[in-house]
Structures are given as structure tokens and as C-alpha cells.
Design a protein around this ligand. Sequence first.
Ligand code: CP
Ligand code: NVA
Length: 310
Amino acid sequence: MSLQGRDLLSIHDLSTQELNDIMALSKKLKQQLKQGQEHHLLKGKTLGMIFEKSSTRTRVSFEVGMWQLGGQALFLSSRDLQIGRGEPVKDTARVLSRFLDGIMIRTYSHAEVEELAEYASIPVVNGLTDLMHPCQALTDIFTAMEHKGDLKGRKMAFIGDGNNMVHSLMHACAKVGMDIAVASPMGYLPDPLMVAEAQADAQMTGSKITIVQDPFAAAKDADVLYTDVWSSMGQEAEQIIRQKAFAGFQINSAIMDVARPDAIVLHCLPAHRGEEITEEVFEGPQSAVFDQAENRLHVQKAIIALLLAK
Ligand code: CP
Ligand code: NVA
């Protein structure tokens, strides 16, 4: 298996075939779990999970997933690790590589994760940085496929902050040939380098990546509507200024009206009702956010099974 021993830092590093392999194994593991079939693909293996930021879904889904695969996960808060007292990342990487079979890390700086991966001799999985959230976006593609089948020619609309979430969604859509239209206010557009990477991949699959300022233009005829918080972790001090800048960049019933009538609504969660999404849409019949949250478990199990398997 080509993913064996590799890191997963960015979806841009995956081939379309590798992404499809992750989707196929996710589906199989989900079925096996629902049918009560044992699937100990990582028997006796250990995954260290370094968290420098809060988490509900990522922590619990990786921990439970590792257990369901016959292995064990260790929760490593940076507050307790020596890394929090200044031990270099490159030393931490080499020490943890002597104990563990894989590392999942959630932190601020993407460069820190790249350094960890460079010095670790075991696979490193990006559990969110300020730049990307690949495990979430792979899950979102899986969820969209469950609802819509083949995503070629389908359209995702992302309305809100040009943040880590949209970067990984653009990467993922480009790999599977799904169109994505992003609407963000001026000053909060996605990182041009991330857009360029996605556009390069999109040329191979025929997907269209467009960045606009009008949320209605983005949402028009969309099959999947997506949003995320206006202030990400680490941006709490900007909350007031962001609330002003993002007014109008909300998934609400007016936006739903221009999307396809059978469109689904996704949100990586946690959600701020009344900001990026209304209560009505969040709790409405087109919202698939809790299916999406559940799928973190199945998709991440597939990711670690493919990376850590011998
Ligand atoms: N969506 C997501 O990554 O959730 P957590 O922050 O709870 O892990
Ligand atoms: N953009 C959000 C995603 C949380 C899962 C953040 O980084 O806080």
C-alpha cells in the first residue's frame, strides 16, 4: 500500500488514487463497525496525540478509532509535555519515534508540524494547524460522497473565513474533481499559495476553484454548502472586528434558496449559531453536520490504518 509509512500533513501531497483508497477503506471500516465485525488492523500499535489547542471531535475520534483498530492512543497535552517548556520539536520527534508507531499533532504553526515530520521516523498526521485541517476535509469529501455519490461536476460552496478549513477543502475538491466556490470578505481571502496548489491539481481533474466576494454567487446551484467559524482558535482577540467584517457571510435560508433544493449543509463544528450559520439551517432537514462529525471516526481510522500498517 502506497501510503504505508508516510505522513499526512496536507491533502495536496496525496494522489487522487490515494485519496480514493482512504475513501474506500473508510467505507469498509464504517460497515464493519456497524455490523459488529472486529477490524484489528493496528493490533498492538500506539498513536501519540499532541494537542496544543482544544479539541472534542479530533481527540475522541482518534482515541476511540485507535482502540477499535486494536491499538492504543496516548493523549499528550503540550501543557504537560516538555515541548511546552521549550524542548525542541526535533528532539521531541526523535524521542517519540523510539516509543510510538505514529504521531497525531494539533498545533498553531504548520511549519512546526513539518519539522516534527522531518525528524520523526514514524508517520505524522496533521490534526489541524493554522494553515490546514486535512483529516476534516477528507471526512467532508467522504460525507459528501455518501450523500451525492460521484463528486465530479458537483459543486461545493464555502461561505466565510479563508482559513485552514477552506484550504484543505480546496485541496480535497481539486483531487476529486468537485468544483468549489469560496466567498470570503476582502482581507479574509484564502491564502494565495493554497489556492494555487488547488488550482494546479484542479487542472488534472477538471474541477473549478473560484474565489468570489458575493456569498449568493458562491452558493448558486451548490450541492454542498459549507461554513466554519468567523474566528478560529488563536484569533479570539479579533472576534469583535471579525463579527463586523463577516456580517452577511452566513448560511441562512436566503442562501439555501439559491443552492440546489437537495443541497446538504456541512460545518466542521464547533458552530456559532447566529454568526456563520442560523439556528434554523443548522437544525434543519438539509443539515448533515452530525453524520459528518461521526465520519471523522471512520475516515481517520482509514488514514491511520493505511499509514501505520506494516
Ligand atoms: N472539527 C474539529 O476538528 O473539531 P474539534 O476541534 O472538536 O476536534
Ligand atoms: N477553523 C477552525 C476549525 C476548528 C475545527 C479553527 O481553526 O479553530
